[in-house]
Design a protein around this ligand. Structure first.
Ligand code: GAR
Length: 206
C-alpha cells in the first residue's frame, strides 16, 4: 500500500474525498499522516475522527521558512511517505521538499491552469478573479508539484461552466464537487502506476 500524507490549511473537504475513496476501495493506499499549517482547522477534526496521525506545523513557530520546511520534511521522512497530497494547502513548499519527492507531490487547484493560478491565486480569491474577469469556463486542475507555484505537469483537468448568477460561494461549491471527484481519480491512477511523466506531459497508461 502506498503511504500518503495530506497537507491542509482549512476545511479539508478534499482530504475527506480521499478518505472516502480509500474506504470505498478505490485507492490502494493509506493516509499515514495529515499536516496542517493552520491551527484548529476543520480538516484536523476530520483526521482525528479517522484516527489519522496529525500535526500542526506553523510557519510562525520557526525563525525561517527553510526551518519550517525542514520540520515538514522530517515528519514526511519519519513516516516513510510515498505520496504527498496538497489539499487546500495555502503555502508554497521549498525546493528541498520538492526534490525529495520527485513527481510524488500532487496539488489540486480550483481553476483551469494556466489561468487564475500562481502566487496570490488561492482558495476563494481564484473564484473572485474568475468572476471579475468574466470568463465563461473555469474548472479544476490536478498537477504534480515542481519548484514553481502551480507550474508542474498537469495530471487531470475538468471544466466547470460559470453561470451569470454565480457568486464566489456558489461557484466555489460547484467547483469543489468536481474537485472531490478528480482528486481521488488522480490518486487512484498514481497508486495503480498508471501515470508516466515525460517533461511537462503526464501520460495516462491504459
Ligand atoms: C479547494 O478549492 C482547493 O482547490 C483550493 O482550496 C480549497 C480547499 O478546500 N486550493 C488552492 O487554492 C491551492 N492553491 P478544502 O480545504 O475543503 O479541501
Amino acid at each position: 500500500k502506498i503511504k500518503i500524507a495530506v497537507l491542509i490549511s482549512g476545511g479539508g473537504s478534499n482530504l475527506q474525498a480521499i478518505i472516502n475513496a480509500i474506504k470505498a476501495g478505490k485507492i490502494n493506499g493509506e493516509i499515514k499522516l495529515v499536516i496542517s499549517d493552520k491551527k484548529d482547522v476543520y480538516g484536523l477534526e476530520r483526521a482525528k475522527k479517522e484516527e489519522i496521525h496529525n500535526f500542526t506545523i506553523l510557519q510562525s513557530d520557526f525563525s525561517t521558512k527553510k526551518q519550517w520546511n525542514q520540520a515538514i520534511l522530517q515528519v514526511l521522512e519519519d513516516y516513510k511517505i510515498d505520496l504527498v497530497l496538497l489539499a487546500g494547502f495555502m503555502s508554497i513548499l521549498d525546493k528541498e521538499i520538492v526534490k525529495a519527492f520527485p513527481n510524488a507531490i500532487m496539488n489540486i487547484h480550483p481553476s483551469l491552469i494556466p489561468s487564475f493560478c500562481g502566487k496570490g491565486y488561492y482558495g476563494k480569491k481564484v473564484h473572485q478573479a474568475v468572476l471579475e474577469y468574466g470568463v465563461k469556463l473555469t474548472g479544476v486542475s490536478v498537477h504534480f508539484v515542481d519548484e514553481g507555484a502551480d507550474t508542474g505537469p498537469i495530471i487531470l483537468q475538468e471544466a466547470v461552466k460559470v453561470k451569470q448568477e454565480d457568486t464566489v460561494e456558489s461557484l466555489a461549491q460547484r467547483v469543489l464537487k468536481v474537485e472531490h471527484k478528480l482528486y481521488p481519480k488522480a490518486v487512484q491512477l498514481f497508486t495503480q502506476g498508471k501515470l508516466k511523466v515525460e517533461g511537462r506531459k503526464v501520460f495516462i497508461l491504459e
